[in-house]
Write a protein of this length. Structure first.
Lengths: 252, 304
């Protein structure tokens, strides 16, 4: 099922991106940096250290994860929906010798690629602000694409179900925003009531922050294999579910 | 002659609605086959089934020597498709559209780039390679879509209503280009609801209605088989009264649609004689055409 036929579709998206690269890269840097500096220093100045590090260093790991998540989510929701429904690009691709599986794989790898840029931008900021000094932080570069793949696949389910762009607000309001609050982006999960800690522990973003934060602080993450496996499992299941729904949607 | 597309007893339902109800057809190499039918007849679904984009409930398809849908992907390597609605990439120039599309066929950039000038020339877009899609007219977009369908040098070209929404000039240009492709030995399968298009372009026509091919043959044979050779269309004040009084005993078959009476016969002279004295009526005497066949077979009521 998986073949390299997806590559020309990925290159198509890359060519479109290249034409809009400057504002896109600016967005990768500017938005999260403003939030990181604003909340990190502003809020951080009123807070004691969190888990033995300054608040901004704690928050930086969360920003990296949430920016990666948001980038992949936007790509497979709004952008993929445009390509599928509005511009009918998928339809054109599938009358060539490519299949829906190729298109879905291309969308997911592309979402992971774009989220890699978003995560890398934050990582560069983290390094240049001196918030991470460890060589272990290089491992974050390997984790970012997996986070992107996971959230890209989850959002693709929404795209498969959507009849218009407004539908995506449900996902942001009911899934992404609560997840950002629960999963250790702004504050440690152990500050939550037990029941919310339990919920957070099964959400993919928790596993992303559990991997990225220790790596930035120069520690080997505990249960690293478990966290990686959960992210990979979310990615694989969501990819299959979205493929099933898309197959039904596009057959008619 | 060898067949490029061979379809046997194809069926497809969506829910309780059977859209394709036992379609069989054969398209020979180098021929243009037209599926002619009103809206909702099942033409587009038949095309999608032949391309392997939709799975049939039953029936067999062989396209370019490959069984479909089992090996549809391999079959599509030899096929070019012009969809009903343009789906060119709006973010790209004309040239980029061709390049990006050619890559989907596994062609190298060098191979595609070498073909692009000829493709643009064929589409009459030689000077427009760097134009954005939004800057092209409807006719130009359709021609570019046709050029895109040729980027893989296909043996067979599928066109779903290729001239819908185009003005007469643009339509004639498309027809001329399709004739060039036939002259090069390409095989064409098109759907249309323009009689003129079917009559001009197609070697064979299948008239489709309610999921079935209800008649098939050359345009001339269909006319001879189904319709009296001469038609007199009569309209004007008092046409109803004239129809009752004179039409039925001077023509072999009479149809009325709104304000027009159609008199079909093998010899129109008796009808014309009965019209001579009628000052208020206007008429048109013409040979029977495919539209007459179409309307006789599929009825005159509106399809939506």
């Amino acid at each position: 099922m998986i073949s390299l036929r997806f590559v020309p579709v990925w290159r198509r998206n890359f060519l479109v991106w290249r034409k809009l690269a400057i504002p896109s890269v600016l967005g990768n840097f500017a938005d999260p940096v403003i939030i990181l500096l604003g909340l990190g220093y502003g809020l951080g100045s009123m807070l004691p250290e969190v888990g033995g590090v300054p608040y901004i260093a704690f928050f930086a790991a969360g920003t990296l994860c949430s920016a990666t998540m948001n980038s992949a989510t936007f790509e497979t929701m709004y952008s993929a929906f445009s390509r599928m429904h509005v511009q009918r690009s998928w339809e054109a691709i599938m009358t060539a010798p490519l299949t829906l599986e190729d298109v879905v794989l291309a969308e997911l790898v592309w979402a992971a690629s774009k989220s890699f840029l978003a995560g890398l931008a934050i990582l560069i900021v983290i390094w240049s602000l001196g918030l991470s000094h460890s060589w272990l932080s290089l491992w974050v570069l390997a984790v970012i694409p997996l986070i992107g793949l996971c959230f890209g696949a989850l959002a693709l389910i929404m795209t498969a179900l959507a009849s218009n762009y407004d539908f995506f607000m449900y996902y942001f309001t009911l899934v992404i925003t609560p997840m950002t609050m629960l999963c250790g982006v702004f504050f440690p999960t152990d500050r939550l009531p037990q029941v919310f800690q339990a919920i957070a522990s099964v959400l993919p973003l928790s596993h992303a922050t559990s991997l990225v934060r220790p790596l930035l602080f120069g520690e080997v993450p505990g249960h690293a294999v478990l966290h990686l496996a959960v992210l990979a499992a979310y990615a694989a299941c969501a990819a299959c579910i979205s493929l099933l729904i898309l197959r039904r949607r596009l057959a008619s | 002659m060898t067949s490029v597309l061979s379809v046997r007893d194809l069926r497809k339902s969506y829910g309780a609605h059977e859209v394709v109800r036992g379609v069989s057809l054969t398209v020979e190499r180098g021929q243009c086959f037209g599926l002619l039918g009103p809206n909702g007849a099942g033409k587009t679904t038949t095309l999608r089934l032949c391309l392997g984009l939709t799975e049939p409930d039953s029936g067999s398809i062989e396209l370019a020597g490959e069984p479909v849908p089992q090996r549809a992907r391999q079959a599509r390597i030899r096929v070019g498709v012009v969809p009903q609605m343009d789906n060119l990439d709006p973010d790209f120039t004309a040239r980029e559209n061709l390049l990006v599309y050619g890559r989907y066929f596994g062609r190298t950039d060098r191979d595609i780039v070498e073909r692009i000038p000829r493709l643009l020339e064929f589409a009459g877009l030689s000077g427009r390679g760097d134009s954005r899609i939004q800057a092209l007219s409807g006719g130009m977009k359709r021609r570019l879509t046709l050029a895109r369908a040729l980027v893989n040098d296909p043996d067979v070209i599928f066109l779903d209503e290729p001239t819908s929404g185009l003005d007469p000039q643009a339509r004639h240009l498309i027809w001329e280009r399709l004739k060039q492709l036939l002259a090069q030995g390409k095989t064409i399968l098109l759907t249309t609801h323009f009689m003129e298009e079917a009559e001009r372009m197609c070697h064979r026509i299948g008239i489709m209605d309610q999921g079935r091919i209800i008649s098939e043959g050359t345009p001339r044979a269909l006319i001879e088989q189904h319709i009296e050779p001469e038609v007199v269309e009569v309209y004007g004040d008092g046409v109803d009264e004239w129809c009752r009084r004179a039409a039925s005993d001077s023509a072999s078959r009479v149809e009325q649609s709104g304000e027009t009476v159609f008199c079909y016969s093998s010899d129109a002279r008796p009808v014309l004689a009965r019209l001579e004295a009628e000052r208020n009526l206007r008429y048109l005497h013409r040979p029977a055409n495919l539209e007459d066949v179409f309307l006789k077979l599929t009825g005159r009521e509106l399809r939506d």
